[in-house]
Design a protein around this ligand. Structure first.
Ligand code: SF4
Length: 86
């Protein structure tokens, strides 16, 4: 067995235990790994994110209304915006 130099993501770390860069990588990996049939299609995803971008509740990628990262919330087809904006 060869030496493993590849950085592994920690699946059991709390946010406070990760550096910001690792945390964001984990989020995007998580989105990538979601089952395609529960994901919104790309057009719907982008449309939702453009609504969030124009929303006063968006702050640093998070929705202050629901506490979610909007990119994670919007990627799930059956999710809705708490304020019915999408
Ligand atoms: S999820 Fe809804 S309330 Fe939250 S930032 Fe997006 S549009 Fe605004």
């Amino acid at each position: 067995m060869g030496e493993q130099n590849e950085k592994k993501h920690c699946l059991k770390c709390l946010l406070r235990e990760m550096d910001k860069e690792a945390y964001m990588e984990n989020l995007y990996d998580y989105i990538q790994r979601l089952e395609e049939d529960i994901k919104a299609d790309q057009a719907l995803y982008e449309e939702r994110l453009s609504v969030c971008k124009a929303c006063d509740y968006l702050e640093a990628g998070m929705c202050r209304a629901c506490g979610c990262f909007v990119e994670l919330r919007a990627v799930i087809k059956n999710n809705v915006c708490s304020y019915k904006k999408w």
